[in-house]
Design a protein around this ligand. Structure first.
Ligand SMILES: NC(=O)C1=CN([C@@H]2O[C@H](COP(=O)(O)OP(=O)(O)OC[C@H]3O[C@@H](n4cnc5c(N)ncnc54)[C@H](O)[C@@H]3O)[C@@H](O)[C@H]2O)C=CC1
Ligand SMILES: CC(=O)C(=O)O
Length: 317
């Protein structure tokens, strides 16, 4: 340790923000957590409630409800503010309203003199990350979206259940839009040390139809959960903590986050989910996986849908 205190500012203390804050406290990842919300009383109440759990946390921490001035020395600003999907809505339906909210939030953060890393969760996350990058003027390496980290966790969980193997031994990635056009990279999926294909070909009780059904459940998981309980928040809360740890603890971990492409996968000027190496400087490198022809077509389609959906944001920016 270099003695520096890590500060995270969380903007948006709704269901996602508070699930993140709660996981962060329980995993002892940072020393300071500042909560900001347009509903100041809510942020204040959440800080009070979280503080009362600190005697049971794994390490010491300060939590308070603050203002944009608190962003100046922050290492990481996490944004989960804005509108969420209602039943029947897609993530892309939120684009115009959340762009307006983001312009205001990111401008306020930058006015403080902030010079750290942004991590965005608000949907549509790939487009909101682009809006954050454009509005902040920070290098692309320091503006990151949660991307398909949650979707990949869902895939690992469901494959673990299917193969009866610990999800932590499942190495599987969803890439593309965090949304309806995302895709599984089956060609690079491994269960422990074996390729997925090898296991399917050897054992007649597994088959590719089941894999397709598993992927559909991953892709549609948000709809399934929103239909039942109105929102999703625990999975994304823990995903955001995983990304926070990779960054602040300088892990050089590989996670499928939303990254700015500059030629990788044959595309430019778009944020989209792809595996990247994350460390204290943000994105160290976007990893360009060799995709099959089908996967490449699906990825290109995902980029195209994101580009079309960005139009309302580009008008506002
Ligand atoms: N990236 C991912 O994988 C996931 C993303 N999400 C997204 O996260 C976002 C938040 O979802 P929830 O927490 O469920 O919503 P929520 O409605 O519970 O919380 C949103 C919070 O943002 C605050 N807010 C609104 N405008 C603001 C502003 N200008 N400044 C500061 N705070 C402001 C609200 O007061 C509220 O507390 C949604 O866009 C949702 O779709 C949700 C789950 C997964
Ligand atoms: C809401 C959302 O984006 C998710 O749960 O994947």
């Amino acid at each position: 340790m270099n003695g520096k205190v890590n500060r995270v500012v969380l903007i948006g203390t709704g269901a996602v923000g508070c699930s993140y804050a709660y996981s962060l406290i329980n995993q002892g990842v940072v020393e300071e957590l500042v909560l900001i919300d347009v509903n100041e009383l809510r942020a204040e109440g959440e800080a009070m409630d979280l503080n009362h759990g600190l005697p049971f946390a794994p390490s010491a921490m300060r939590v308070w409800s603050g203002t944009y001035k608190d962003c100046q020395p922050a290492d990481l600003v996490v944004i989960s503010a804005g509108l969420a999907q209602k039943p029947g809505e897609t993530r892309l339906d939120l684009v115009a309203k959340n762009t307006v909210i983001f312009k205001e939030i990111v401008t306020n953060v930058m006015k403080s003199g902030f010079d750290g890393i942004f991590l965005v969760a608000t949907n549509p996350v790939d487009i909101m990350t682009y809006v954050t990058w454009k509005t902040s003027g920070l290098p692309k390496e320091r503006v990151i979206g949660s991307g398909t980290t949650l979707d990949s966790a869902r895939l690992r969980y469901m494959l673990g259940d299917y193969f009866e193997i610990d999800a932590r031994n499942i190495h599987a990635y969803i890439i593309g839009e965090h949304g309806d056009t995302e895709l599984p990279v089956w060609s690079h999926t491994t269960i422990g040390v074996e390729k997925l294909d090898t296991i399917i070909n050897r054992n007649g009780s597994y088959n590719t139809n089941d894999l397709e059904r598993i992927f559909e459940n991953v892709r549609d998981a948000a709809y399934h959960i929103i239909d039942r309980k109105g929102a999703t928040f625990y999975g994304i809360g823990m995903s955001l903590v995983r990304i926070t740890r990779a960054i602040l603890q300088n892990e050089n971990s590989i996670l499928p986050v939303s990254v700015y492409l500059e030629g990788e996968y044959g595309h430019s000027d778009v944020y989209i989910g792809a595996p990247a190496i994350l460390n204290r400087n943000g994105i160290r490198q976007v990893i360009e996986i060799e995709l099959t022809e089908k996967e490449k077509q699906q990825f290109d389609h995902s980029v195209e849908v994101l580009r079309q959906s960005m139009a309302p944001s580009l008008k506002i920016l």
